[in-house]
Design a protein around this ligand. Sequence first.
Ligand code: 13P
Length: 273
Amino acid sequence: MRQPLVAGNWKMNGSIENIKELLDGIKQGIKQGIKQGIIEYGLDKGNSVEIVVCPPSIYLAEVHSQIKDSAISLGAQNVSDQASGAFTGENSVSMLKDYGCKYSIIGHSERRTLYAETDQFIAKKFAVVCEAQLIPIFCIGELLEEREAGKTEDIVSRQIDAVLDVVDISAFKNSVIAYEPVWAIGTGKTATPDQAQEVHAFIRKKLSDLDADTGAQVQILYGGSMNASNAEELLGMPDIDGGLIGGASLKPTDFLAICNAANATVNEKESLV
Ligand code: 13P
């Protein structure tokens, strides 16, 4: 049974004031849920959901100190492919580790399209992140015109193959993939549960064909306008192991509702095993 994971990608949002409000809201919700015995959060709690927040890098230290005694894990939104040196504006894996990051998002479509990050460049970051024993949240997904041209599987395959050119398939065992159809990001247009499941199953089969254990273990998240109302249906699909949440991760009640939906689906999925 794969543990569900819900990660909030705050993107370039937030301020010192509202980060505290947001984290207090999430921590409060977690405490309440545990007290009521309806939810158990955190890595040590069997298969219950792991919650991750990915703030802008300038706030990593602040968030790190605010979540120290909570069940929330920390992730970065991006990382350098280099270890250190003259790379103005970049943050290295060791810097992320200094502030308690467990995860780093890499290859987000906004990095791919707005900052021209290529498959090969992202693959290099994937290798660097794994080598540092951080966990990549590796984003893949097709543009609207690619979906309309029936190219979705070719695109996600190409994005995965670039990584497989530089790391062994086993590296995916301890990695997270986020399938984020670009046309669903920030648009309010979510993939239907069937559309998402189809691509998730394709990704898992692709990896399983190379190594059955890796395919069975890799967590595959869905991202793209997931919110409190559509989360349960999406997360209930057999190959959707969690969510990478943008807009809805900035509101504690919405974010917690998605985390609760992930927990609710664990029991349903366990009963199917
Ligand atoms: P939205 O949830 O705002 O569509 O963003 C998804 C996303 O890009 C998460 O990385």
